[in-house]
Ligand binder design. Structure first.
Ligand SMILES: [Zn+2]
Ligand SMILES: [Zn+2]
Length: 138
């Protein structure tokens, strides 16, 4: 009975509102954020994720402002340790090293490679005869 009385009370309340005519139902406009507002929100969240990951010891990047590439993909970054072992780094870090943003002392920016670069053959011409003149048979 308690439920029924509650329903009746609600119906009464609605009737009261309808009769008064003073309360117009407010139509909530859907919030459409601009692309820029959404970009800023995502960027802020990524920075907050980097801070959390770093506080937990999971973000050891090799550039001055830690990359967002790795937090976006895995939530953590270990390219500083990898780079010290001579391993490639993520695309963003490799690019930032070319812009003088590297933060590991003793590393020559020219030696920093991205995983993409590292996956390519050392000599792109090796094993390819394209564009070369036909060998003359004699
Ligand atoms: Zn890095
Ligand atoms: Zn990275």
């Amino acid at each position: 009975m308690r439920a029924l009385s509650r329903v009746l009370f609600c119906l009464g309340a609605i009737a009261l509102l309808d009769c008064s005519g003073a309360v117009e139902p407010v139509q909530e406009a859907p919030v459409v954020k601009s692309l820029e507002a959404r970009r800023l929100a995502v960027a802020a969240e990524l920075q907050a994720m980097i801070a959390t990951s770093a506080a937990e010891g999971g973000y050891n990047c090799c550039i001055k402002d830690p990359c967002v590439h790795c937090v976006r993909l895995t939530g953590h970054c270990g390219c500083a340790e990898g780079l010290k072992r001579g391993e490639p780094v993520c695309d963003e870090c490799a690019y930032m090293w070319t812009r003088g943003q590297g933060s590991i002392p003793g590393i020559d920016p020219k030696d920093v490679r991205s995983f993409l670069e590292a996956s390519r053959p050392e000599d792109p011409e090796a094993g390819c005869d394209c564009g070369k003149p036909e060998p003359t048979a004699d």
